[in-house]
Design a protein around this ligand. Structure first.
Ligand code: SAM
Ligand code: DTB
Ligand code: SF4
Length: 330
């Protein structure tokens, strides 16, 4: 099956709005045609530099300008990352994602340290992912040369809605970084958040931007907002599970070969609700007791869920290393 890259808002909206069970059925059917649907990729997150971020992302507990309970922490040591990677790997994770509360990468000693972290985790035969804010083409290349597998850079919402959520950078800057990541032949991880107060049209428009990229992102995280005290979005109501499932199912249908990650928000979901997300095409999660700064389900509970649902963790480098250019993606 070839992937389609000229979606319209109307087409995606029609998919999103179809009767719930029809939508889940269609997504599940496509999922079974394209992937080993029982295989779920486990990623583990680690915050390598926490809090004190100059940006004003309205959802984020790490923005310096909001008064949240997050403790600011300077760059951690390479050894701490290696230890976290080892315990994640022992627990079945195939990917480690390192997050930094930066607006953008600077060519300084902290970046040199990230490069060392990437090399160390790559040598453990785990897929390494970073999310460090904006990147130049040269910085993306340096990460690729160190063995980085994926770069996460979320669009969060539609271009139109972006200014309501973030004023310290533009949608275009976001897209430019993703282009730089592609140029360096890294795989792209890019998705968004629902529950920010966006409209359904914003969700549809965000999926259209992702699905119309010349190459679909290899992974698309769908986060439910984790409302955090002190941020402007602290009092947002919880995202209805129906919206989460619709969003996952629509992402699965418009980007059939992409890994769709059921990301933030699982701590508030029952096993049954998560099962519906897997049925609708989610095939990745973040596991480990913490996301970056907020709680995530217990690892033991996740393993019990895998057992109950007959899911198996996906092995690392299933599609080869990006630098080898033997990807299954169209
Ligand atoms: N600073 C970098 C950046 O913004 O690209 C990397 C780290 S940032 C914390 C990574 C992503 O986490 C954001 O793009 C956003 O999608 C997600 N995120 C942050 N706070 C969240 C929250 N409270 N609920 C859900 N997702 C959140
Ligand atoms: C993504 O899409 N979600 C993750 C990861 N990529 C970096 C981050 C979720 C953060 C949730 C809030 C927190 O724990 O600070
Ligand atoms: Fe900073 Fe990233 Fe949080 Fe925005 S989402 S405030 S850029 S850490």
């Amino acid at each position: 099956m070839t992937t389609k890259h000229n979606w319209t808002n109307e087409e995606i909206s029609a998919i999103y709005h179809q009767p719930f069970l029809d939508l889940v059925y269609e997504a599940a059917t496509i999922h079974r045609e394209n992937k080993d649907y029982a295989e779920v990729q486990i990623s583990s997150l680690i915050s390598i530099k926490t809090g004190g971020c100059p940006e004003d992302c309205a959802y984020c507990p790490q923005a310096a300008r909001y008064h949240t309970d997050v403790d600011v922490h300077a760059m951690i040591k390479v050894e701490e990352v290696v230890a976290a990677a080892q315990s994640a790997k022992d627990g079945g994770a195939s990917r480690l994602c390192m997050g930094a509360a930066w607006r953008e990468v600077r060519d300084n000693r902290d970046f040199d340290k990230v490069i060392d972290m990437v090399k160390a985790v790559n040598a453990m035969d785990m897929e390494v992912c970073c999310t460090l804010g904006m990147l130049t083409a040269d910085q993306a290349q340096r990460l690729a040369d160190a063995g980085l597998y994926a770069y996460n850079h979320n669009l969060d919402t539609s271009e139109e809605d972006y200014k309501r959520i973030i004023t310290t950078r533009t949608y275009d800057e976001r897209l430019k970084t993703i282009e730089n990541v592609r140029k360096a032949k890294l795989t792209v991880c890019s998705g968004g958040i629902i529950g920010l107060g966006e409209t359904v049209n914003d969700r549809v428009a965000m999926l259209r931007v992702l699905a119309n990229m010349p190459k679909h992102p290899e992974s698309v995280p769908i986060n439910a907002l984790v409302p955090v005290k002190g941020t402007p979005l602290a009092n947002q109501p919880r995202v209805p599970i129906w919206d989460m499932v619709r969003m996952i199912a629509t992402a699965r249908i418009v980007m059939p070969k992409t890994v769709v990650r059921l990301s933030a928000g699982r701590n508030e979901m029952s096993t049954l609700e998560q099962a519906l997300c897997f049925m609708a095409g989610a095939n990745s999660i973040f596991a480990g007791d913490k996301l970056l700064t907020t709680p995530n389900p217990d690892f033991k509970d996740d393993m019990a869920m895998f057992e109950l649902l007959g899911l198996t963790p996906r092995k690392a480098f299933k599609n080869g290393r990006p630098q080898e250019e033997k990807e299954a993606m169209a």
